[in-house]
Design a protein around this ligand. Sequence first.
Ligand code: RP5
Length: 162
Amino acid sequence: MAEPQVGIIMGSQSDWPTMKHAADVLDELGVAWEAKIVSAHRTPDRLWSYGKAAAGRGLKVIIAGAGGAAHLPGMMASKTRVPVVGVPVQTKALSGVDSLYSIVQMPRGFPVATMAIGEAGAVNAGLMAAGILAVSDEALAERLEAWRAALSASIPEEPSDV
Ligand code: RP5
């Protein structure tokens, strides 16, 4: 197994059905990833040690998903210089707007690249991570171009009833 270049972290097991979409697209693109449950509130020490070790372990991008009071992406960005891509997980109470607002409004100096709410955001987080890695990986850049071209080619020119 290749060493993971992308760390996918999430606040809870309940976030995995969303965050798995990031992992799936990374698999399609041949990018090695790891996934961990790291909660800002329930396991703060785990968050701290993950962030402290991230760059030294060779992680190039961290995708962090959380819902509700979604402090995980921002706290991770405060602990590591590894770029953090945030995914607002959709919630029952407030449909994920709470997650989005918790992630997007970072103070100056500690950015989180915030994606859309839910599944589309998770897929795009995987693509964003791949795009960052592709800057210095020509083979991955070619795979990403092919992935994008295949998506474009799959879109019909005209709508149908089925
Ligand atoms: C957040 O609280 C997690 O990221 C999750 O989205 C939400 C609910 O967690 P569970 O109560 O389902 O574990 O910390």
